[in-house]
Design a protein around this ligand. Structure first.
Ligand code: XIL
Length: 324
């Protein structure tokens, strides 16, 4: 019987990964040992984003990203690339700038070509576009890319990404589409139409950042995944975490474990999900308390001292059942 998540995931042919930070890899032994032992796949939490790799116009800095790539290679882990086109994590020169449609397109073109040619396939897939849709369906109209370019930016950036590296898989990634509903329906229609137009999109990423109070209905999630898969798209759960609202009790930690098993069970039962990545693995380093202004915490599989939690046991057991 496999004794780590990594062995269990390998046995059932699933890519099972985590977001990670180059600083933690460099500075904490327990961090890098746990990461290499438990996961067969990695994504960088921030250091491949626009502001990290192109802090000034035309000046690219890949030092942190290259450190993550080197770690992944050393430990024979696959990498997801995250992310090329997003409304967040933009450097000041983009965020505070005003650009014509032609200028904005040229900025994206140069960014995409430079980044993808630099990594040259070391990440086997990329989130080309992240969170382009609004929470109520429709476009995220406040995105600067949408304001400057309009909806055409989306097919255009996928075409450029494909031209820059025809061998990697190109993903659209977003949150709030786990269940059928207005956002998921909008995304489905958008991807269906783009694929019909021959736009090179190979997969869709479902972030799965949802608190423990969101017990996801298995059949509804499966039906939703199924329709995307029927379009010919690969599916990844890209940023799974299950945060707990304070005050945190052992009963809530048990519910979190159950919900981890539920969500992973959905991925495995769908036969459409080829990769599941957590947005971090230790409660020592998670974006949740800051993002929720302290309302939620403890979303991951290991506690702040790198001890496996109930959620870890539930995930391991779910993976082991699949491999049998
Ligand atoms: C988050 C990082 O984890 C934080 O460190 C950062 O401050 C903000 O971004 N959706 C995404 C991820 O696609 O890139 C985000 O990551 C979390 C939400």
């Amino acid at each position: 019987m496999s004794s780590t998540l990594r062995e269990a995931a390998d046995a059932c042919g699933l890519l099972f990964g985590s977001a990670c930070s180059p600083d933690c890899i460099a500075n904490e032994v327990a961090y890098r040992e746990t990461l290499a032992r438990e996961f067969n796949c990695l994504v960088a939490d921030n250091c491949m984003k626009f502001d990290a790799v192109q802090p000034e116009r035309g000046r690219f800095d890949f030092a942190d990203a290259d450190a993550v790539v080197a770690f992944a290679r050393q430990h024979r882990m696959k990498m997801r690339g995250h992310t090329l086109v997003w409304h967040n994590a933009l450097p000041d020169w983009v965020r505070k700038g005003e650009f014509s449609k032609a200028e904005a397109l040229e900025i994206l073109r140069e960014h995409i070509f430079t980044v993808l040619r630099h990594f040259n396939g070391t990440a086997y897939c990329w989130d080309v576009v992240n969170e382009a849709l609004g929470e109520e369906g429709g476009w995220r109209e406040k995105s600067p890319w949408y304001r400057w370019i309009g909806p055409d930016y989306l097919p255009q950036v996928f075409r450029w990404a494909h031209e820059a590296d025809p061998d990697i898989q190109l993903f659209y990634n977003d949150y709030g589409m786990e269940l059928p509903g207005v956002k998921s329906d909008t995304c489905y229609a958008l991807l269906r139409d783009l694929l019909a137009d021959g736009v090179p999109i190979h997969g869709v990423g479902f972030q799965y950042h949802l608190g423990v109070e969101n017990r996801l209905d298995r059949e509804a999630c499966l039906a939703n995944l199924h329709r995307f898969h029927e379009l010919g798209l690969d599916i990844h759960f890209t940023e799974l975490d299950i945060s707990i609202k304070r005050p945190i009790t052992d009963a809530l930690r048990q519910e979190q474990a159950d919900e981890y098993a539920n969500r992973l069970g959905i991925a495995l039962a769908s036969h459409a999900v080829s990769a599941v990545l957590l947005w971090g693995f230790t409660d020592r380093h998670t974006w949740i308390p800051e993002f929720t202004k302290g309302e939620y915490d403890e979303p991951l599989l290991f506690d702040a001292e790198y001890r496996p939690k109930l959620a870890y046991g539930a995930v391991l057991e779910t993976l082991q059942q699949c491999g049998n």
